[in-house]
Design a protein around this ligand. Sequence first.
Ligand SMILES: O=C(NCCCCc1cc2cnccc2s1)c1cc(-c2ccc(F)cc2)cc(O)c1O
Ligand SMILES: [Mg+2]
Length: 214
Amino acid sequence: TRSSRPQRLLSVVKKRAAHGDPQSVISAIDYFCRHNEWAMNVGDEKGCILDSVVSELNPERVLELGTYCGYSTIRIARILPPGARLITLEFNPDYAAIARQVIAWAGLEDKVQLVEGASEDWIPRIKEHFGIETFDFVFLDHWKDRYLPDTKLMEECGLLRKGTVLLADNVICPGVPDYLQYVRSSPSYESYYFKSHLEYTQAEDGLEKSVFLG
Ligand SMILES: O=C(NCCCCc1cc2cnccc2s1)c1cc(-c2ccc(F)cc2)cc(O)c1O
Ligand SMILES: [Mg+2]
């Protein structure tokens, strides 16, 4: 049967990118998605905003909801301080299998733990399973109708602390209206919208940065 888009993306990474060089993996994926086949990576334009938020924060404990092929995973992991850890959740086992290979090709497997399953099942178990108290940074890039319930779930599970930064992808396209309304109106969050574009297109999209105030 025909290969999947993630499989074709992985073969381009192995052909074009240097093993152990995260930037070359990022560039290979962006080239492929801009010139060959669109794919739902956060992309280079929103990716630079992601980079700036992460490097300003210098987080030790990071959670990513939605791995896909591992593009944003390696964007984040490549700028984490030594000893920092990134836990990334992926629902689709085929995507997870590709992402593991992309992360390994970038040489970042020591900083990343990829877990397969649904966010609502995993979030309540993260503390005891990973021995983590709270997260410093959370990147939301999974099912758009799960951003709000999972944020409330993270609050209830005590995974957020004063100053934890949530960064949400796709707040315009596909859009997360209920999540935006919540973080922009709740007294527990200070929110800021970074206007950008849907990856590899000219359509508007953006990232919402929300600081949990406790
Ligand atoms: O759906 C998107 N991302 C979510 C896929 C998630 C599956 C998971 C669920 C789940 C549950 N629990 C744990 C882990 C996970 S991972 C997505 C879609 C577009 C898009 C697509 C068509 C279009 F015309 C315009 C934009 C752009 C994007 O940047 C996206 O991120
Ligand atoms: Mg996205």
